[in-house]
Write a protein that binds this ligand. Structure first.
Ligand SMILES: Nc1ncnc2c1ncn2[C@@H]1O[C@H](COP(=O)(O)OP(=O)(O)OP(=O)(O)O)[C@@H](O)[C@H]1O
Ligand SMILES: [Mg+2]
Length: 273
């Protein structure tokens, strides 16, 4: 059996009760013992309704949150046990593409600065000088279907789809193995969504990437993912090959999500967007 690239073992996350202007908020059990394993090279879909715990899980994988209990292993290594240097190295291997390409790109930075930032953060691993970073940024733009001419521009000069391409180029800059894609196309026009999805499929083939793809759009998940897990109120309720989940959903929750799925058909690839 192939060793998983990512293993989530019994992860719990409780946000503690807090006092606010409006009184005391109750503690929230955002994850209640989630376990799953992602195999190298696959596209694993995590689907659930709003508030089910998807982003909490991504934040835990990136160690932006410390799980209340359970373990997260990357290539067999428990992330909680790594020292600061090893954790930094590992962070280069796991990158995220955010939902909203309008909010996630700093408007005051040029595309070159945005795409080069991870190379600076991880310069001890990548060891690129200024010229090297520039060449690599140009290479990355070509990879996502943009051009060298775009390097000196600012995010506001681009369409939503182009911005998400810049976000993807940034996520690839440090040479990751695993990409966390948190609703990467849900803020885009339907016409552009398919182009960005096709780009992701193409990049996965070319670069041998592993995807953890988070979405509540089942049409998108069906198009992109090999396996799917359904999460409901912090609990995984169903998991399996995408085709099986769609053809023979076992739980009411799965049937509810499938019933609620919009009938979107993803058209074939067309260049740029
Ligand atoms: N920092 C926080 N403090 C307290 N509660 C939180 C915090 N972040 C998330 N929660 C709560 O944890 C639960 C899971 O939230 P999470 O953001 O992981 O859901 P989600 O599945 O990503 O939802 P969406 O599809 O809307 O993005 C929700 O009840 C949410 O209100
Ligand atoms: Mg979320």
């Amino acid at each position: 059996m192939v060793e998983p690239i990512l293993e989530i073992q019994g992860v719990r996350k409780t946000y503690s009760a807090r006092r606010s202007l409006f009184g005391r908020s109750a503690a929230v059990d955002a994850l209640k013992g989630v376990s799953l394993a992602v195999t190298p090279g696959e596209s694993f879909g995590l689907v659930g309704e709003s508030g089910s715990g998807k982003t909490t899980l991504t934040r835990s994988i990136l160690r932006l949150e410390a799980p209340t209990a359970g373990r997260i292993l990357f290539k067999g290594e428990d992330m909680a046990r790594l020292g600061p240097k090893a954790l930094r190295t590992l962070r280069a291997r796991i990158q995220i593409v955010f939902q909203d390409p309008y909010a996630s790109l700093n408007p005051r930075m040029t595309v070159e600065e945005i795409v080069s930032e991870p190379m600076l953060v991880h310069r001890d691993i990548l060891r690129l000088d200024r010229a090297g970073r520039r060449d690599r940024a140009a290479e990355l733009l070509a990879l996502v279907g943009l051009s060298t001419q775009h390097l000196a521009r600012n995010p506001h000069e681009f369409s939503g789809g182009q911005r998400q391409r810049i976000g993807i180029a940034r996520a690839l800059a440090a040479g990751p193995e695993l990409l966390l894609l948190d609703e990467p196309t849900s803020a885009l026009d339907v016409s552009v969504q398919a182009q960005v999805l096709n780009l992701l499929i193409d990049l996965q083939d070319r670069l041998g990437l592993t995807y953890l793809f988070i979405s509540h759009d089942l049409a998108v998940v069906r198009y992109l993912c090999d396996r799917v897990a359904l999460i409901h109120s912090g609990v995984l309720v169903e998991e399996g090959p995408t085709r099986e989940i769609f053809d023979a959903p076992q739980s009411d929750y799965a049937r509810m999500l499938l019933g609620a799925a919009p009938k979107v058909r993803v058209p074939p690839a067309t260049p740029s967007g």
